[in-house]
Design a binder for this molecule. Sequence first.
Ligand code: SF4
Ligand code: SF4
Length: 159
Amino acid sequence: MFLTEYFRTVYKGVRSLLTGMKTTGYYFTHARKEIKTEEYPDNRATLTMFDRFKGEVVMPHDENNEHRCTGCQACEIACPNGTIKIITKQEPQPDGKKKKAIDTFVYHLELCTMCNLCVVACPSDAIKMAQTFEHSVYDKKQLKKVLNKPGSKIMEGVE
Ligand code: SF4
Ligand code: SF4
C-alpha cells in the first residue's frame, strides 16, 4: 500500500516535470523572431524601445529655448492622479495688457502612470511621452521635475 502510494507520487512528479519541459522545449524550437532577450544593460547604447513604450512626460524645446506651453492647465485637469501642477504668471504684452503664461510646469514622475491622458488633452501639442526609462533614484524627491527649461519662453504664434 505504502509502496503503491510512493510510486504514484513519483510518477506524478515526473509527469509534471515532463509537461513543463515539453512547453519549454516547444518555445525553444518555435521561438518567434520578435521574442528575444535583451542583454540590458550591456546593450544600453543600441537599445531601442518599441514604438508604443512610454517612459515619462517631457516638454520639447527648440534651439531657441522655446516651447509650446500656454499654461492653459488642460493637462493638469486631465491627469487622473495629480501628477502635474501648472504654476502660471501674468506676462506684460507690447500693448500694455497682461497675458497668462506658464511659470513652472511641475511633473511628479513618481506618481505618473504613463497613461498619456495629459498629452492627448494638450491643445498646443506642448508635451509628449519620451521613451527614457532609467529613473531609479535613492531619494524620490529627485523625481519631481520642472519641464519648462530655465529662461525658456513660448514660441511665437502659439496661443
Ligand atoms: S501620463 Fe497620465 S499620469 Fe502621467 S502626467 Fe500624464 S495624465 Fe498624469
Ligand atoms: S502642456 Fe499643454 S495642456 Fe498643459 S498647460 Fe501647457 S499647453 Fe496647457
